[in-house]
Write a protein that binds this ligand. Structure first.
Ligand SMILES: [Zn+2]
Length: 490
């Protein structure tokens, strides 16, 4: 409506101006027209005889025998037209005519302006991994250490085995690993899965700019054979909100810690050595090790449902999760926390919202909107949502608004609606961001880009669908209208 009013106002002003101005008679108009034509012809004649000097290039003195004088002259004219004035000197090396008929300052100026940039011997960087092997199954175990209160040692350790198939008869395998990741080189193994024989890895190297961790093999890979790459590693639980990181909330004046992840993008390599590119999809068998018992009831979460738990020594337990579908590393998510949840079954999917125990009641709004939105998406699309559960969890320290990790969506703790404190705008945001992240379960997760520069396309589709679905469920919110206004304004 605002745009329409502006347009009508503009048309009204134009109409008003039509009643005033300067008028000429038909005779005067004809005289003025003749005068304009005469001036145009005169200017044309002057240009013909005095202009175009820079296009006159007499190359008859050229030392290039293979070219006729006329052909060389035309070449000069073409070069000048193209702006490649530097080459004129090569075509007409000793042509005195050119120096007199083509003003030197103009040539010099042209040559200076369009001289090609200085060449460099440094090759452009290619940030893509050299794919000598292609991963298809990870077995990953992680143990974040978040215990001991404010005096705890906040770090993690883990092991990874990556089943791959060789695509080149190369003697190197390159993975991603962040500089903060400490890889125990004594544990590195490359094993031929078919023969159980191990390849010797006499050397490794690391390039910090591209996070390339290179294994050098003593014998070349055999194309088409399957190799398992395994190693142990450790690292700090960072507090910068990316990779596998430390988060904290306050309860009764005390800090309570949790470990969580944010891998988009590209920060999965900060949690474990991997092929951290969106096109390199693989299945994942995840194991998370957590404290069993104690003052707080810790649990662990991953993309898929937990299928078993095994008690370990020192009061720890290993939670084993169902194998994922083929997916990129940036959509993985792992959390160890003391949260609790509410749940509903929607379209045969366990739909849960998680929060700190003392804020569990504030999940009601997110859960109510979430199940309605998720139901609408499952009605819209085939194929169906791929996992048997979808978790939504409020994280106290979270850089983005939310992250569409497949099966385990992370949000800021503004996901929690506190009656009497939170606003209508807060509720609007909750529904919209849930809708956005659920849209990603199809647009971005089921279908994802080959390279990072196309992530915007994920966002474009998810942005449209989040407004559309919320607008359908709550038409009085007028989400699509608001979306257009918001996008245009920004
Ligand atoms: Zn998004």
């Amino acid at each position: 409506m605002a745009l329409q009013n502006t347009s009508l106002d503009s048309e009204s002003n134009s109409s008003d101006r039509g009643g005033s101005g300067c008028y000429v008679s038909a005779v005067h108009g004809f005289i003025l027209l003749l005068l304009a034509v005469a001036i145009s012809v005169g200017v044309g004649i002057l240009v013909h005889f005095s202009g175009g000097g820079e296009l006159v290039c007499e190359c008859g003195q050229s030392q290039t025998p293979a070219q006729s004088p006329e052909a060389l002259r035309q070449m000069c004219i073409d070069l000048v037209k193209d702006g490649t004035g530097e080459e004129i000197c090569d075509v007409c090396p000793a042509d005195p005519e050119r120096t007199t008929k083509t003003p030197a300052p103009e040539v010099t100026t042209t040559a200076t302006t369009i001289a090609p940039p200085a060449t460099t011997t440094e090759a452009p960087r290619d940030y893509r991994l050299p794919i000598t092997v292609r991963p298809y199954l990870y077995s990953l175990s992680l143990q974040p250490n978040i215990y001991g209160g404010d005096n705890g040692v906040f770090d993690f350790n883990g092991t990874v085995s990556i089943a791959t198939v060789a695509e080149e008869a190369a003697t190197t395998i390159t993975l991603h690993a962040h500089p903060t990741l400490n890889i125990d080189k004594a544990t590195i193994q490359v094993r031929d899965i078919n023969s159980t024989a191990s390849l010797t890895v006499p050397d490794t190297s690391y390039e910090s700019l591209r996070h390339f961790f290179v294994l050098r093999l003593s014998t070349p890979l055999t194309i088409g054979r399957h190799y398992e790459i395994s190693m142990s590693f450790s690292g700090p639980l960072s507090q910068d909100g990316v990779g596998l990181y430390l988060s904290v909330y306050q309860e009764d004046g005390r800090n309570v810690y949790l470990a969580t992840t944010q891998f988009e993008a590209p920060d999965a390599r900060k949690a474990f050595p991997c092929f951290d590119e969106p096109a390199l999809r693989a299945e994942f068998d995840i194991t998370l090790v957590r404290q069993d018992g104690g003052e707080r009831n810790y649990t662990s979460l991953a993309n898929t449902p937990r299928k078993s738990s095994t008690s370990l020594q020192n009061g720890m337990v290993a939670d084993v999760f169902e194998r994922t579908v083929m997916m990129p590393t940036y959509l993985l998510a792992f959390i160890v926390c003391d949260y609790e949840y509410v749940e509903d079954i929607v379209s045969n999917v366990q739909y849960r919202t998680w929060a700190m125990p003392k804020k569990l009641e504030y999940t009601e709004t997110a859960q109510r909107h979430g199940i309605a939105i998720f139901k609408r998406f499952t009605d819209y699309f085939t194929p169906a949502y791929v996992f048997s559960k979808l978790d939504n969890i409020a994280i106290p320290d979270f850089n983005a608004g939310a992250m569409e990790n497949w099966g385990l969506i992370t949000y800021r703790d503004t996901l929690l609606y506190e009656p009497g404190v939170s606003s209508a705008s807060d509720e609007n945001w909750i529904a919209e961001v849930i809708s956005h992240e659920i849209a990603h379960q199809w647009f971005g997760n089921l279908v994802s880009p080959l390279w990072w520069n196309w992530l915007w396309l994920n966002e474009a589709f998810a942005s449209f669908w989040d407004y559309h679905v919320v607008g359908e469920i709550y038409p009085s919110w007028r989400k699509l209208t608001g979306a257009v206004f918001y996008k245009v304004r920004n």
